[in-house]
Structure formats: C-alpha cells, structure tokens
Design a protein around this ligand. Structure first.
Ligand SMILES: Cc1cc2nc3c(=O)[nH]c(=O)nc-3n(C[C@H](O)[C@H](O)[C@H](O)COP(=O)(O)O)c2cc1C
Length: 222
C-alpha cells in the first residue's frame, strides 16, 4: 500500500480540514492507496527558537509536544497533501511552526523525503486573497526537502485553491470551481504517487547496477 498523509494547517474545524479530507477521499479511489489525516487543530506546537540543538545532536527537535506524533506519520507517508487557510496572503503561523520544527528531517532521516510527492491546497475568504501565495510556501517546503511537486491534474495551476467567503465547509461546497481543484489535486497526487512508487523500485535496482553512490553530500547541509 502507498500512504498519503493529509495535513491541515487550520486551527479550527472549517474549510481547510474539509478540503484536505476531500482531496484524500479522491486519492482513495485509486486501489493501493490508503490515507492518514493530521491537523494542527487543538495541538500543542511550540516555535523553533533556533537553539540548533537538532544540528549539534543530529536529532529531531528537542521540544517535546505534539509534533512528535506528526514525525511518526511523516515517516510512513509516500505522498503528502498539505493545506492551509490563507492568513495575510500566507500559510498559518501554526503550519509555519510545523515546517520550521521539521528542519532536521534531512539530518536525521537523510533522503527519506527525496522524490516523495507533495501537493498544496489553500482556502481563502477572498476570491484572490493569496491562495497561490500560500500554496507556494508549502511547495517551497517540499522543494527544500528534495521532494517532487504535483499541482494536480490540468487546470489546477499550483494546487487546490478555494474561495470560502469565510464560510467553513459550506464555503468550500459553494465554490464549485475551487472544489474541482481540490478533487483534481487529489487525483493528480494519487497518480503521481503510484508512478513514483513504481519508479523508485526500478531506480533502486538501476542504482545498484550502475554502482551509483548514495547522495550523502555536504549539499545536505543547511
Ligand atoms: C488572521 C487571518 C488572516 C486572514 N487573511 C486572509 C487573507 O490574506 N486572504 C484571504 O483570502 N482570507 C484571509 N483570511 C480568511 C481565511 O483564509 C478563510 O476564512 C479560510 O477559508 C479559513 O479556513 P478554515 O475555515 O479552515 O479556518 C484570514 C483569516 C484570518 C483569521
């Protein structure tokens, strides 16, 4: 089975939670895919304080809170759909904190995220309120971790973009074109995950035959 992890960066039960779950439901239409959902809602997540303990100790973040449960899920995932409400044309502070705190992934689990598929979606109260900007923040996080990005099937551009009019789940359901991008994002990710899962197995064989050395280069330095 391939596992797709959906993450909502919204602190409430609203549009983003519904949109991420809707995208996950779409991926589940592909046999061989199972999904996990995780949200920042109700979670205790501290900020990165740049103590650099992770770098010195070669460990994940030493702050003990609800982030550890997410780390465990990330290690199980073959694909990611991360969604955020648009806050000031960007992702939420909660989601940014999650990203910051996951900084040492490259040290502790080198290559783990490499070539895994990630996709972004966002929900904004305004039609053009910064959804594409919020998606970019998520996409940049994927790129930083050597991941591959799916923007969804044609017409989604850089991911799912919903205009909610601040109306939570009903806002998503009332924005038919936005809801369409969520579904097409889900299907695009499912397809990309299946392709990469098969390609990864083949590539591992080829790497052995070619005698290629594992990339543990200093380029992994921050
Ligand atoms: C602090 C804050 C900032 C916001 N900034 C924006 C914004 O820049 N653009 C926008 O379209 N909507 C903005 N919104 C509205 C939310 O993005 C919108 O209601 C979203 O769908 C909420 O998602 P949720 O129901 O999952 O929490 C903002 C809301 C809050 C609370």
């Amino acid at each position: 089975m391939a596992v797709i992890l959906g993450i909502s960066g919204s602190p409430r039960k609203g549009a983003t939670e519904f949109a991420v779950q809707e995208a996950l439901r779409e991926t589940e239409k592909v046999p061989g895919i199972e999904t996990i959902y995780w949200s920042v809602r109700g979670k205790k997540i501290g900020y990165c304080v740049h103590c650099d303990a992770c770098i010195r100790r070669n460990s994940m973040c030493i702050i003990q809170d609800d982030l550890q449960e997410l780390e465990a899920l990330i290690l199980k995932a073959d694909g990611f759909i991360i969604g955020s409400p648009v806050y000031d044309m960007n992702i939420t502070a909660q989601l940014a904190a999650v990203f910051n705190r996951l900084r040492p992934m490259y040290l502790v689990h080198p290559g783990h995220l490499q070539n895994k598929v990630g996709a972004a979606l966002s929900t904004g109260g305004t039609r053009h309120g910064g959804q594409e900007m919020a998606n970019l923040a998520i996409i940049n996080y994927y790129l930083m971790h050597e991941m591959l990005v799916s923007g969804g099937l044609g017409g989604c551009y850089n991911g799912g973009t919903v205009w909610t009019r601040d109306n939570k789940k009903d806002g998503v359901l009332e924005d038919a074109p936005g809801l369409d991008t969520i579904k097409r994002l889900g299907m695009g990710v499912a397809e990309a995950v299946m392709v990469t899962e098969h390609g990864r197995a083949k590539w591992e064989e080829m790497k052995k035959d070619l005698g290629l050395i594992e990339d543990k280069s200093p380029l992994r330095d921050h």
